[in-house]
Structures are given as structure tokens and as C-alpha cells.
Ligand binder design. Structure first.
Ligand code: GLN
Length: 320
């Protein structure tokens, strides 16, 4: 009989949730009131499989703002809309610094990568549209295609992020000064914060992750959202930069390309296998959900998802 513990269709997500729930360490983000008010005991885990089945634990249908977990999807849309030119406009090297560091590539003035705020603000400006309203609408349509349903935007999150995001405005102005951002600084921040304010739940975010993991085709709707080459580029950057200055630790422990966010969500794309999402608001020092990191580590091992699985799980290399 098949081993229930290694089959994603039978894996017990509620048992995993119960196992990580006692880990109450970490701090809930307080950059805007809506995030500060998040329930610290929210915890949801979901998997989206290639046949379109979506499985979720308790808590996996509770909505939250997607925040930085939107960055891979925004980057995918910008790659499509610029026919790859986004790769010339934004670097793809990890920074080893916090998500909102005031830092651009020396020499070029480009943002270091699309997974940190500077890069995501530039990414939002590269999505097709002749003005900010058109770019916001295009991003919203594209994100909804990744999700397989029309997503809502939390208007008060968008407003407060625009009002209180001084570092994001500073980054946009710095990129204007360097000549790397070609739209108005305020418009670039507006498009970025409206993408961050999109509401998802763990189940929806898992479908978005699966769409990248499965080469750009949404497994629920069957729609091709982006070309496979774009999905490959995005997942590669998630692997190296997706967890900010915790990306190395994440790759060793979990081994699945992922993106973390201040709302406590993590989206994971296991290439060719599945998408997953975990949400729990308390964050560690790198801004990664504490329970999300732990749960991901456990299900990655149980389901054999580590990209270096051949080395990580086999004993044969130990015996010689
Ligand atoms: N909207 C947040 C910000 O720009 C997103 C950051 C994050 O999730 N790490 O500060």
C-alpha cells in the first residue's frame, strides 16, 4: 500500500498544523495597522497538485494581504510584457540584506534583484500599460490568472502602505535619480503597493505557486499564464533571492524555491511537482514566518521536495 506520509494526496496537513502551532515565537509586522492587527495564531497550510486538486489545513481559507509573496508573479508578468528586457533592467543577485535595504547595484544603479523592494518597485513599473491605472489593471488581471479567480484588493492596506511606506518612496526616488526607473516615483510605488494589497488565502497562494512550479500553466483552470521559460527564470530567482538574507539557510533546510512576506505568508514552487503555501504572521529576524519555515521544512522532507533530494535523502552516499 502507498506510504501516506510521502503522498501529497494523502498527507495530513491538519496534523502538521497542530505540530507547528505551539511555536509562538517571532514578531508580527507592525509597519501598517492592518498587519499589526493580524491574528498571531493564524496558521494555514495548503498544497496545489498537478491534477488541480487543492488541499488545505484548517486556516487555509482565511484571507490576508499577499505582500511580498506577490513579487515572483509580478516579475513573471514584467518578463512577459517586456519580452525579457526586465532581466536587463533588474539584477538577479542575492543581497544578503534586509528586504527594504536602501541599496542599488554599484555602477549600474539597477535594483539588486526583483525579490527585494527596490526590484519589485521597478518590476511593477515594467508591467504593460500607458499609465499607472492601466499597469495596475494589467497586474491585477495577471495575478488573478495565476490564482485562477478574480482577486480582491484590500483598499486600506494599499492606502496605508502608500502613506507609510517612506523607504519604498525613497527607493523609487533613488532609482529615478540613477535613471533606472522610467515612470514617476509615486506611480511606481502605487502600482507596487496595490499588488502587495491583493487578498489571497493559503489555498489560493498554493495555486499561484503551482502555476510557476508546473511551467506556467494553472493546474486548476488549465490556462497558460506565462511561458515555461518565464516560469523557469522566476523560480530560479526565487531559489537564490526569495527569502532575502535568509535564502541560504532556507535552501539548505527546505530546498524549495520560495518567497516570504511580511504578512507571514510563504509561497513555494517545487519544480515539476507542486505548489504550496503556508501562512502564520509571527516573523523571524529575516522576515520569514516562524511556523511557515518550520512547516515547510517538515513537509519538504516528508514529501521529498528538496531540489537536491538525490543528495539529501539517500543513504547510499553515507555508506561508502
Ligand atoms: N509591502 C511590504 C513593503 O513594501 C512588503 C514587504 C514584504 O512583504 N517583505 O514593505
Amino acid at each position: 500500500s502507498p506510504d501516506r506520509s510521502s503522498d501529497p494526496r494523502a498527507y495530513d496537513l491538519d496534523a502538521l498544523r497542530d505540530r507547528v502551532l505551539p511555536h509562538a515565537e517571532g514578531e508580527v509586522d507592525d509597519s501598517i495597522p492592518e498587519l499589526a492587527d493580524a491574528d498571531p495564531d493564524l496558521c494555514g497550510i495548503a498544497l496545489a497538485l498537478p491534477d488541480g486538486e487543492v488541499r488545505g489545513s484548517a486556516g487555509s481559507d482565511v484571507p490576508f494581504s499577499i505582500q511580498s509573496a506577490v513579487k515572483p508573479f509580478l516579475f513573471a508578468l514584467a518578463l512577459v510584457d517586456t519580452d525579457g528586457e526586465a532581466l536587463d533592467r533588474i539584477g538577479i543577485e542575492p543581497t544578503g540584506e534586509a528586504f527594504d535595504a536602501i541599496k542599488l547595484e554599484s555602477g549600474t544603479g539597477r535594483p539588486p534583484n526583483p525579490m527585494v523592494n527596490a526590484g519589485a518597485i521597478l518590476t511593477a513599473s515594467l508591467v504593460d500599460g500607458e499609465d499607472v491605472a492601466a499597469r495596475v489593471a494589467r497586474a491585477h488581471r495577471g495575478l488573478s490568472a495565476f490564482a485562477g479567480r478574480t482577486l480582491e484588493v484590500d483598499e486600506s492596506v494599499a492606502r496605508n502602505e502608500h502613506l507609510l511606506g517612506d523607504r519604498n518612496h525613497a527607493l523609487a526616488h533613488l532609482m529615478r535619480a540613477e535613471g533606472t526607473l522610467s515612470v514617476g516615483a509615486d506611480d511606481a510605488v502605487e502600482a507596487y503597493v496595490r499588488a502587495c494589497a491583493v487578498l489571497v488565502d493559503a489555498r489560493t497562494l498554493a495555486v499561484m505557486g503551482a502555476t510557476l512550479a508546473l511551467g506556467g500553466v494553472n493546474p486548476v483552470t488549465g490556462e497558460r499564464v506565462v511561458p515555461a521559460s518565464v516560469a523557469c527564470d522566476v523560480v530560479s530567482v526565487m531559489a537564490t533571492c526569495g527569502v532575502y538574507d535568509g535564502s541560504g539557510r532556507w535552501m539548505r533546510a527546505v530546498g524549495v524555491p520560495a518567497k516570504s512576506s511580511v504578512s507571514g505568508a510563504i509561497v513555494l514552487s517545487a519544480p515539476g511537482q507542486l505548489g504550496a503555501a503556508v501562512v502564520s504572521p509571527p516573523l523571524d529576524e529575516q522576515g520569514t514566518s516562524v511556523r511557515g519555515h518550520l512547516a515547510s521544512e517538515i513537509f519538504s522532507r516528508d514529501l521529498g521536495l528538496h531540489v537536491f533530494a538525490a543528495l539529501c535523502y539517500r543513504r547510499r552516499y553515507d555508506s561508502t
